[in-house]
Design a protein around this ligand. Structure first.
Ligand code: GLV
Ligand code: MG
Length: 326
């Protein structure tokens, strides 16, 4: 291990993160009853400019009046390039009460963007003598944000998670997409001809680099990496495929832009019983190996060593966290 200890963000379940437009208060009660781990009430892109002031009022009332249970509550403020953002922070922080846990900052481009929001939030916390410290979720969804993702991840003690905002990221990088978060058949590898002259097309994951880069920045700073939206909510298999790819790379949750996606995300990011049992067996086998003075042994015909302990511990800790929350 490095001499530098990476401090971990508060341990929150973040398997599913449900987006709820602030301009649609009729959706709030249903969202509160959902099984989403995190809900973000949106003041940004799901709200038309003329509706922003009313959406802000709706969100403040919802934070005060609705029973959100044990969910983590977040509000997505508008971008720092708009004139809505300062009032989003000030009004929500001053009038929304103590229920809010996180502020989601969209289109973060530089560490200074995080610093600016931190300054405002810190003043609001002090002025209102707030007991609970607000954390930050940051959406990496521009070329600038992806370029500076490492500095952004380290920019504030409030930082808790990085989110891959694939829709805006595609717009910013001018990527050719077919639907939000989906694959593109043109991003493919053509195999050589086989004996019969036939060639196969293997679709690739055009988001691989972006998600992998964000995961590294998040983990190197003790933050949760979270995969963003998948637009076609009638395509559960497409959602699962994208979520699984992100999970394999290290993400610990995914957005739900429709209530039907909450259960899918919870399932994708909950370790299965088989995985948990295997992790326990690895820990037992390694405990025995260490008693015998061995650093590596074989289990089911495969090598396991001290790194296997760390992987198994991560999985067991996640399973415990989920069990404690349910
Ligand atoms: C989310 O905000 C996105 O742009 O994908
Ligand atoms: Mg966006």
């Amino acid at each position: 291990m490095s001499f530098k200890i990476v401090e971990q963000a508060p341990a929150r379940l973040n398997r599913s993160e449900l987006a709820v437009p602030g301009s649609q208060p009729q959706l709030f009660e249903k969202a509160a009853k959902s099984s989403a781990d995190v809900i973000f009430l949106d003041l940004e892109d799901a709200v038309a400019p003329d509706d922003k002031p009313q959406a802000r009022k709706n969100v403040i009332a919802a934070l005060r009046d609705i029973d959100w249970g044990t969910k983590t509550m977040s509000v997505r403020i508008n971008g720092l390039d708009t004139h809505f953002m300062y009032r989003d922070v000030v009004d929500v922080m001053e009038q929304g009460g103590e229920r809010l846990d996180l502020i989601m900052i969209p289109k973060v481009g530089t560490a200074a963007d995080v610093y600016a929001v931190d300054m405002l939030v810190t003043q609001c916390e002090a002025a209102t003598a707030r007991k609970k410290k607000i954390g930050f979720e940051m959406i990496i969804e521009t070329a600038l944000g992806m370029q500076n993702v490492h500095e952004i991840a380290a920019a504030s003690k409030r930082n808790e998670s990085l989110h891959f905002g694939v829709a805006d990221y595609a717009a910013s990088t001018k990527a050719r997409t077919t639907n939000i978060g989906g694959a593109n058949p043109n991003y493919a590898v053509l195999t050589d001809k086989d004996d019969a002259g036939k060639r196969d097309v293997h679709w690739g994951d055009m988001w691989h680099y972006a998600v992998a880069r964000m995961v590294v920045a998040a983990r190197a700073n003790g933050l949760r990496p979270i995969d963003g939206p998948f637009g076609d909510f009638s395509d559960a298999d497409g959602y699962r495929a994208g979520g699984n790819r992100a999970g394999v790379l290290g993400c610990e949750g995914k957005w739900a832009i429709h209530p039907s996606q909450v259960a899918l995300a919870n399932e994708l990011f909950t370790p299965s019983d088989v995985e948990v049992k295997k992790a326990h067996r690895i820990l037992e086998a390694m405990a025995q190996a260490q008693k015998e003075g061995k650093g590596a042994v074989s289990l089911d015909g495969r090598l396991i060593d001290l790194a296997s302990i760390r992987q198994a511990e991560v999985l067991v800790a996640k399973a415990k966290q989920i069990a404690a929350a349910s």
